[in-house]
Design a protein around this ligand. Sequence first.
Ligand SMILES: Cc1cc2nc3c(=O)[nH]c(=O)nc-3n(C[C@H](O)[C@H](O)[C@H](O)COP(=O)(O)OP(=O)(O)OC[C@H]3O[C@@H](n4cnc5c(N)ncnc54)[C@H](O)[C@@H]3O)c2cc1C
Length: 416
Amino acid sequence: MIGDSDDTPLDLAVIGGGASGFFTALQFAEMAPQKTIALYEKGSQFLQKVRISGGGRCNVTHACFDPRDLAKNYPRGSRELMAAFHRWQPSDTIEWFQQHGVTLKTEADGRMFPDTDSSETVIQCFLNLAHQYGIPLHQKHGLTGISRHADGGFLLAFENQDELIHANHVCFATGSLKASPLLHQLQKMELTIESLVPSLFAFNVSDRRISGLAGVSHPQVAISREGHGAQQLGPILITHRGFSGPAVLRLSAWEARDLAACNHHFPFLIDWLPTIDQESLKSRFAEIRQHQGAKYVSNTPIPPISRRLWESLVLSCEIDEKMTWGQLPKIASDRLLTSLKCSRFEATGKTTNKDEFVTAGGVTRPTIDFRTMESRVVPGIFFVGECIDIDGITGGFNFQAAWTTAHIAAKALAVR
Ligand SMILES: Cc1cc2nc3c(=O)[nH]c(=O)nc-3n(C[C@H](O)[C@H](O)[C@H](O)COP(=O)(O)OP(=O)(O)OC[C@H]3O[C@@H](n4cnc5c(N)ncnc54)[C@H](O)[C@@H]3O)c2cc1C
């Protein structure tokens, strides 16, 4: 049972010492230096996900500066974020980091990283600023209880701490709510939570067409769930367990809920040559037969398919290794055509991508005012980052959502 506290209330208690919690705290301290704030983190280290993000390089944001285009990268939350990006978008992120000594560089695909290629640069920047602004940082403070104080603020209880914290406003920056003990607390306050499912994962596939090909990549496929949804375009990577790479991660994100509903067991289709339509490919076959008829089918891959992948696809069509284009019967040629344009695979589970994964689902978006990030259900409580039902595809979009929601919350809180 949460009791009373005699302390003067904090203006703001930030719960969670990850990307969105730190950014809220830093921005709040910059905008309202006269106000009191403290940050509470349940773990023994701050910014753990920032540390491992982007393979240790931290993909801070994405070089996409049009809010409408940027919002298209969020399977959940796109509409709300489009408006939010008018308040804080990647150009603001870049400028803020630059002003605080972290220069970002852009890679060919638009992803932006610190020019040191190290997430430690971001962590040191945040920790130094928190120190400079005098923000009390409490690790090993997992929030376990929250209740209303008689004065309209909140009383917060933390694991293994006797003292209750009294705060006028609370900002939840706890990241994924999956398996979080806080879920119960939030639901007790009548906050609604969209179901929590994984996003950004690789597909487990056991299939002779890709056995022994781990490490082989292909620059562009179109991939779709059989009989459902839109195709996702992008590079694909064959792994020891099946398929990964941007196209797969994109499909996993856009279809996260449906794929969770079938327990990540589902058939899907790969078009290995999405820029060539079926008829043009047929003509290509005819041309090869005419001009290179004596060549073995198995070792004349159609670019950009790699030699090893091509050979495997050809052999799986029961085309003998020594069969030439000139000898290829129509039925085998049709099988190869189908295999190239519409290979069917069966996923039998998922593997979380080591570079980036997120939770889809969280605090229901309509219950939050995205102009302030304040709960419409419990005024005084704010939500930022991944605990909201918002998630992006890979490429720096998830951190951008964290920076944007944190900025909006800090700005609103600074004038309370
Ligand atoms: C391996 C990996 C790599 C990634 N790489 C990238 C990338 O390069 N670019 C990108 O855009 N996105 C990346 N992401 C996604 C990105 O890390 C998240 O979207 C982002 O960290 C969300 O920030 P957050 O502050 O909302 O949550 P988190 O960063 O998860 O922070 C939440 C914090 O709250 C704490 N907390 C939880 N419950 C409590 C409690 N009860 N009391 C107190 N504290 C609590 C947690 O311990 C944690 O420290 C990656 C994710 C993973 C897993």
